[in-house]
Design a protein around this ligand. Structure first.
Ligand SMILES: [Zn+2]
Length: 368
């Protein structure tokens, strides 16, 4: 049986189909004059399905109290709803193709039974869930010692910290001495010193720092100069008609950052085939995605004191692990923010002053 490029939505598989360079008619979706391939050639890639999903077993991947019919799903639905591998214009044909592929891979398993996500056990909580619960504890319960000694909660905290560390090391970003940054301050200044971070006693809360802890907030000036300048000025929330002073800064040594401005998202389920533990890899990828989006999430000033606690915790962890700073995407402009833990790593070169002639508002109507 032949399947074709039109059967799939997944770019990885489409590329594999095209690589066979054979044109013809698809036995599944009936497309004609398309790239086709013998279905058996593709089954090897579907080994990942058996790693990510397991047949339902009470006491293994569902609790003894769960209703098996609610906890489990058909393997095709479970897989395709999460990953959109099949195109979706002929669901019956695609389902048939899916089970043909699975049977071609391994005909000893009964794929018609109910399946669930293949975590280790039914107590398993994914990392985003663990992080959210730690973040709640830090915010509402105990900011310094969030776990209770010797209790299950403490184990979960140790767990999420370990996974977060591995995210940080994976997202390591090294910059060379002389890396260019900008930093803005509202007002007209002529002394370089006046653009350094304020003294401890007047430091207010920020996305990366708690009250009283000095960190240097800058914007990368290595790519688009206009975007960098706009971002630096937007980050200080300069009002219309004000004057803003912007410092040109260069790092005076090589530095290592945790880069939470961007990450390599796992786009295709088939990329997971290369990992020994695809479930752990997927979990870590989702946690990285969560951190990247929470650091660039717009926060209102009224709730900032509370909302910034969890991102401050991440920054503190990066500092504890000897990183020199963290990077994240600006929530209000297109540039990338660099927070540098030790200002001594930067030299201030020169100051430029700008008049804010007007502000552009970007608006969206709220639907009820
Ligand atoms: Zn087809």
């Amino acid at each position: 049986m032949y399947c074709c490029e039109n059967c799939f939505k997944d770019d990885f598989l489409i590329e594999v189909v095209e690589s066979y360079d054979e044109i013809g008619k698809c036995d599944y979706c009936n497309s004609e004059q398309v790239f086709i391939v013998d279905m058996n050639e593709l089954s090897q890639y579907f080994g990942i399905v058996k790693k990510l999903y397991k047949p339902l077993m009470i006491g293994e991947n569902i609790t003894p109290d769960d209703n098996i019919l609610h906890a489990g799903e058909k393997l095709f639905d479970l897989f395709n709803d999460s990953w959109e591998v099949f195109y979706g214009f002929d669901p019956d044909a695609e389902e048939e193709l899916f089970y043909d592929l699975m049977n071609s891979l391994d005909s000893t398993e009964d794929y018609q039974q109910l399946y669930a996500k293949g975590q280790d056990d039914y107590y398993h909580r994914d990392s985003v869930d663990l992080w959210n619960s730690l973040s709640q504890k830090l915010t509402k319960q105990n900011r310094f010692f969030p776990g209770r000694q010797g209790q299950h909660g403490q184990e979960e905290i140790d767990n999420i910290i370990d996974i977060t560390k591995s995210v940080f090391y994976q997202q390591e970003f090294k910059i060379k001495k002389g890396y260019k940054l900008l930093r803005a301050r509202i007002g007209e200044f002529y002394n370089l010193d006046e653009l350094s971070s304020p003294p401890e006693n007047i430091i207010s809360v920020g996305r990366a720092n708690p009250v009283g802890i000095r960190m240097l907030y800058c914007v990368s000036n290595e790519e688009d100069k206009e975007i960098a300048l706009e971002t630096a000025i937007a980050e200080v929330r300069a009002p219309a008609s004000s004057t803003v002073t912007v410092a040109d800064i260069r790092t005076n040594k090589d530095l290592t950052f945790v880069n939470l401005s961007d990450f390599e998202r796992i786009e295709s389920v088939f990329e997971l085939n290369q990992y020994a533990d695809p479930i752990a890899e997927l979990d870590r990828n989702q946690l990285t995605s969560h951190y990247v989006s929470s650091l660039s999430k717009p926060i209102l000033e009224d709730t900032a004191q509370i909302e910034y606690i969890s991102t401050q915790y991440l920054t503190a962890l990066a500092e504890h692990l000897n990183f020199d700073g963290i990077m994240f995407r600006s929530s209000i402009a297109k540039g990338i923010n660099f927070v540098i833990f030790d200002e001594q790593n930067c030299d201030f070169w020169k100051l430029n002053r700008y008049k804010i002639e007007g502000l552009k508002y970007s608006i969206r109507e709220l639907k009820l």
